[in-house]
Design a protein around this ligand. Structure first.
Ligand code: F6P
Length: 357
């Protein structure tokens, strides 16, 4: 009998259900001696022993369903070693529930923070297999995370829709794209949507260069300009500040987000009408695109295979077009940034896209 615990942690994304379905179908197809424990709302469920017993019926019809059937929550890694408000040792509580249920392993679906905790549980002696989810595509050790392609589709659609209205009014439009501290989502949606200027955290911008790019477009007869701006985009001046100085500056919070700051600066310097659109959490919403359905199913199937073989301590990832297993200790605590020297950036520049640098 295999006893498997499943949990989804951190911000949700598309294809979490498809990935879990992939794991469970693979295991059930290989053995009928399986018990599945679904922990609710991420690590919280494991800490407080909140779970549901799941059967194959729970995984039927969820391939295309957005969100997660288990619920999710953010339980920051840095607070894991701190007792909760009632003095409960969270790490000991997770271990206790794992051993009490006599689990063979935990299957944990999550992003960066989730992987730090997953690796800590591995170090504490639990059997863990993880799957890389996040629309940000910033997990180290995998070329791609599931949720990313679906979010690219949604952010691209937002830019596509802005195109017609921007062209009608001859305005400057900014579409703010999620992605936390990295620019994968903004770069891909920006290129797919034909943005004229793309601002990503990895390439700090100079506002004068942005203004120049807009003015040159106008001189060439274009009546509008579209910017895809990552929520984590940063100016060259701010990038030169120390962490402490930047935090102090950001505490003043004059604008709701970076896009509004860039918009105000463009308006002031050019006199043009600028509008900001923030698709926000719609980028994580709805069902997975076909790519993510296939991708998450493949990752889930390979995770199921590892579990059947009793191979634990790995994230199932994707490298050079192959599904790979990556040791958790290599993944935990590392972000996968976009390299400013990456060929995709150079190609975008050849196409005339400005990065404001
Ligand atoms: O990590 C996924 C993500 O959507 C980021 O792109 C974004 O910065 C963050 O989560 C938003 O977090 P929350 O849903 O907690 O507001």
């Amino acid at each position: 009998m295999k006893k498997i615990g499943l949990l989804t942690s951190g911000g949700d994304c598309q294809a979490l259900n498809a990935a879990m379905r992939g794991v469970v179908k693979t295991i059930i197809n290989a053995s009928d001696q399986v018990e599945i424990y679904g922990f609710l709302e991420g690590y919280k469920g494991l800490i407080y022993g909140n779970f549901r017993m799941l059967g194959s019926a729970d995984f039927s019809g969820i391939l295309t369903k957005g969100g997660t059937i288990l619920g999710s929550s953010r339980t920051p890694f840095k607070l894991m070693r701190e007792p909760d408000e009632n003095g409960l040792d969270k790490v000991e509580a997770m271990k206790h529930n794992y051993y009490k249920l006599n689990l063979d392993c935990l299957v944990i679906l999550g992003g960066n923070g989730t992987h730090k905790t997953a690796n800590m549980l591995r170090e504490e002696g639990l059997n863990v297999v993880t799957l890389p989810k996040t629309i940000d595509n910033d997990l180290w050790g995998t070329d791609m995370t599931f949720g990313f392609q679906s979010a690219v589709d949604i952010a691209t659609d937002a830019i596509d829709r802005i195109h017609t209205t921007a062209a009608s009014h001859g305005r400057v439009f900014i579409v703010e794209v999620m992605g936390h501290k990295v620019g994968w989502l903004t770069l891909n949606a920006g290129m797919a949507g034909g943005a004229d200027i793309i601002l990503v955290p990895e390439i700090p911008y100079n506002i004068k260069k942005i203004v120049k790019a807009i003015e040159e477009r106008h001189k060439r007869g274009s009546r509008f300009t579209i910017l895809a701006v990552a929520e984590g985009a940063i100016s060259k001046e701010d990038a030169a500040l120390s962490k402490k100085e930047l935090k102090k500056k950001q505490e003043k919070k004059i604008y709701p987000s970076i896009s509004y700051q860039v918009a105000a600066e463009i308006e002031e310097r050019t006199g043009l009408d600028v509008r900001v659109t923030v698709p926000g959490h719609t980028q994580r919403g709805g069902g997975p695109c076909p790519y993510d359905r296939v991708f998450a199913s493949r990752l889930g199937a390979e995770a199921g295979k590892l579990i059947m073989k009793g191979e634990y301590g790995f994230m199932v990832g994707y490298s050079n077009r192959e599904i790979v297993k990556v040791p958790l200790e290599d993944v935990a605590g590392k972000l996968k940034y976009l390299s400013p020297d990456a060929s995709i950036i150079q190609e975008a520049k050849m196409l005339g896209i400005s990065f404001g640098d």
